[in-house]
Design a protein around this ligand. Structure first.
Ligand SMILES: Nc1ncnc2c1ncn2[C@@H]1O[C@H](COP(=O)(O)OP(=O)(O)OP(=O)(O)O)[C@@H](O)[C@H]1O
Length: 226
């Protein structure tokens, strides 16, 4: 799906047009951690409706890139724009962006269902009803258990359910396949396609080749993925 803006002013430069029409625009991004360059001069543009898989070996900078997109990682140099602006840790940004990181937090004493009910209550238009989410993410039988009493894969499915239940325009997923069995990994690809069919955009870091095969694949170390 193209996000070309028919209202773009005539004569706008190529780069400015790319930035304007993109959900994500990264230009010459460099990030140093502990004095070492993790990302170097990276460029990437992502259009509305795309699924982009960030792939590569352990330590190549996939999570770092996701954190830059979420505004959680200061950049050393270069530019990161999400929805045309640098990511900002504010309500306006997080109302459009749903992040599945590698360090979920839980509310003590709340069950899996109650975590989803909380998510559903605070967002005006959840993408799915809580009971439907429990079905889709195969959590019905464990709905009354607290997250810490779930298996690793069940906990990951709860994280995914929460990330996909709330309304958003951009989904950032760091290794969503973590702990999932083969059957659910295959279903996950379908859920991501449903999300983009509704107009959303997905960037995921993954080691799962099947999942990546559904996406445009980019590497943090590869120069240009635009
Ligand atoms: N706080 C830090 N200080 C210094 N170096 C760091 C820090 N955090 C991460 N790194 C290094 O930055 C590099 C990129 O890490 P990152 O987590 O982005 O890799 P990744 O591609 O997501 O890896 P994996 O596939 O193992 O999840 C690694 O070499 C890591 O050791």
């Amino acid at each position: 799906m193209s996000a070309r803006n028919p209202c773009a002013p005539a004569g706008i430069s190529g780069y400015a047009r790319t930035v304007q029409d993109s959900i994500i625009s990264i230009d010459r991004l460099t990030v140093e951690l502990g004095g070492n360059p993790v990302l170097r001069d990276m460029r990437l543009t992502v259009s509305q409706g795309e699924i982009v898989a960030v792939i590569g070996p352990n330590g190549c900078g996939k999570s770092t890139l996701l954190r830059c997109l979420a505004g959680l990682q200061p950049v050393t140099s270069g530019e990161v724009l999400v929805f045309g602006r640098p990511p900002a840790d504010d309500t306006a940004f997080w109302r459009r962006v749903s992040l599945l990181g590698d360090d979920p937090a839980w509310y003590p004493g709340l069950t899996a269902r109650e975590h989803l009910e909380l998510m559903s209550t605070v967002h005006a238009r959840p993408r799915m009803a809580v009971e439907a989410a429990l079905e889709v993410f195969a959590l019905v039988e464990r709905a009354d258990a607290p997250p810490l009493n779930l298996s690793t894969g069940q906990r990951q499915r709860l994280c995914l359910a929460a990330a996909l239940l709330r309304p958003s325009s951009l989904l950032l997923l760091d290794e969503p396949e973590r702990g999932l069995d083969v059957g659910f990994r295959a279903r996950l690809a379908g859920l991501l396609h449903e999300y983009t069919a509704e107009g959303g955009t997905v960037v995921l870091a993954t080691h799962d080749q099947d999942l990546a095969s559904h996406a445009r694949q980019v590497s943090p170390s590869g120069a240009t993925a635009a």
